[in-house]
Design a protein around this ligand. Structure first.
Ligand code: NAD
Length: 462
């Protein structure tokens, strides 16, 4: 079946691609399964050598991938960041996997403490075929973030990117020609949710990144097959700013944390709580700086904010803004969706006088909108930050780390940033779970996240 993708800068349906049928997905999965034993037999060193060569090939071929990704997403700078980040992710796992898995994927032989004549050993056995379903907001990063450690562990990888952003796949696949052993165990299938369901029917484990509503469908389908599902879902991330904070530092951190990728980031700051003594001064500075940020239209290399990648998101943002204003919120800057060039653009938007009765403080917005609310005590700030069904990440900003840390410890979220905003936890290093509706299924960060793709087998020797 033919599908078309919309260019977010122009609103035109200017890219056609073939969506996979359920039979296509089954055929691709069968081919990956046939190739996986040979990939596993390469050993950890052989696999990481292949991943390193792929990193070199992606780095050498980065421009066509960046150009396609920029067409998918309407922004250039972050497309460069994504592709260069994918290369770093490959190199990182090429270095980490041997450390984590050892040369032969076996632990040390041990004598049993219970039965003296028995020795035992653990072996790590990868799931033969792992599946990955990714969203449109960081198409390259989120298609590869989990697939790379899975491949390093010895699994084959089947990836379904979002139908909204399919263009990067063709130039990325060209880079696999340089690594034939990897090409036989890594495949992409294109299409919508039906293709996602067909993928779940074929794989031994699924990693899903996307919305809560779809995550629920993925978890249900995985449960029917008794396969593990790792879910990375939405958020409504808070930042708490205590009165000892440096005002300029706090304003800049909130702008970075809330507006990066035009707010289309799961880890975006979507609720801003400011201690009353500095609330008015903070709000003035935030609105002033936000009002000076520009769209990257007509020049993709200029400006600060790209278009809304998925046009229907504009409707969600408009609905939430309307609800907030009807309930008493004031728009200090932004607030109107623009249609320059045929795309959908949301200028940086700052709202004052918001309350938790408003949708904008409860539902994911996924746009460059910063609703600001005053609080009196740290206890009140913690209660407000925790008044959510999500728990992805958040931030606390104060004069010193020592003052902010105890507040961060009390906020129910998988990653807390202290004295900056949450995107810095994308350094990949610390482990991080998602709390509440933001996800389940083990950490995708940190070296131990490779264990999600392995089963532990006991070899017991008499
Ligand atoms: P989405 O849930 O609509 O789609 C995500 C993917 O799931 C797409 O590839 C889509 O085709 C596929 N899909 C749709 N229906 C399916 C079904 N029934 N079965 C299987 N797959 C199906 O999400 P989106 O709109 O593409 O992305 C935005 C959402 O992703 C936001 O909620 C955001 O917070 C979340 N997100 C989370 C993280 C994280 O790490 N926690 C990162 C980025 C984005």
């Amino acid at each position: 079946m033919k599908m078309a993708a919309v260019n977010p800068r122009t609103g035109e349906r200017d890219y056609e691609f073939a969506a996979a049928s359920a039979q296509d997905v089954a055929d691709v999965a069968a081919a990956l399964r046939r190739a996986q034993p040979e990939w596993l037999a390469l050993g950890v060193q052989g696999r990481v050598a292949a991943l390193s060569r792929w990193a070199d090939a992606v780095a050498a071929h980065r421009l066509p991938i960046i150009a396609a990704l920029a067409q998918d997403t309407g922004r250039w700078f972050l497309s460069e960041t994504e592709v260069d980040g994918a290369v770093r992710n490959l190199r990182r796992w090429a270095a980490l996997a041997p450390e984590m898995l050892g040369d032969d994927m076996r632990g040390p032989e041990k004598a049993s403490a219970l039965i003296p004549t028995v020795r035992y050993q653990n072996q790590s056995v990868p799931y033969p075929l792992s599946g990955f379903i990714s969203p449109w907001n960081f198409p390259v990063t989120l298609s590869l973030i989990d697939a790379v450690p899975a491949l390093a562990a010895g699994s084959a990888a089947l990836i379904k990117p979002s139908e909204v952003t399919p263009r990067f796949v063709a130039p990325l696949l060209e880079t696999l020609d340089a690594v034939p052993e990897l090409k036989s165990v890594l495949a992409f299938v294109l299409g919508d949710g039906a293709v996602g369901q067909a993928l779940i029917d074929q794989v031994d484990l699924v990693c899903f990144t996307g919305s809560v509503a779809t995550g629920r469908k993925v978890a249900e389908a995985a449960a029917r097959r008794f396969i593990p599902a790792s879910l990375e879902l939405g958020g409504k991330d808070p930042v708490v700013i205590l009165e000892s904070a440096d005002l300029d530092q706090a304003v800049d951190a909130v702008l970075r944390g809330g507006l990066s990728n035009s707010g289309q980031a799961c880890l975006s700051i979507e609720r801003v709580y400011v201690q009353r003594a500095i609330h008015d001064a903070f709000l003035d500075k935030l609105a002033d700086k936000a009002s000076r940020l520009t769209l990257n239209w007509p020049d993709i290399h200029s400006g600060h904010l790209g278009p809304l990648i998925h046009a229907p998101q504009a409707g969600i943002i408009e609905r939430q803004l309307k609800d907030a204003v009807a309930k008493g919120a004031r728009v200090l800057t932004g607030g109107e969706i623009r249609t320059d060039g045929g795309g959908r653009w949301c200028p940086a938007t700052v709202l004052a006088d918001v309350t938790h009765d408003m949708e904008i403080m409860r539902e994911e917005t996924f746009g460059p909108v910063l609703p600001v609310m005053a609080f009196d005590t740290a206890d009140e700030a913690v209660a407000l930050a925790n008044d959510t069904t999500f728990g992805l990440s958040g931030a606390v900003i104060a004069g010193t780390v020592e003052e902010a840390l105890p507040v961060a410890e009390r906020i129910n979220a998988g990653g807390m940033s202290v004295n900056d905003c949450a995107l810095t936890i994308l350094t990949y290093e610390p482990e991080k779970n998602s709390f509440g509706l933001s996800g389940m299924g083990g950490s995708r960060m940190g070296p131990a996240s490779i264990n999600r793709f392995l089963r532990r087998k006991a070899l017991i020797m008499q």
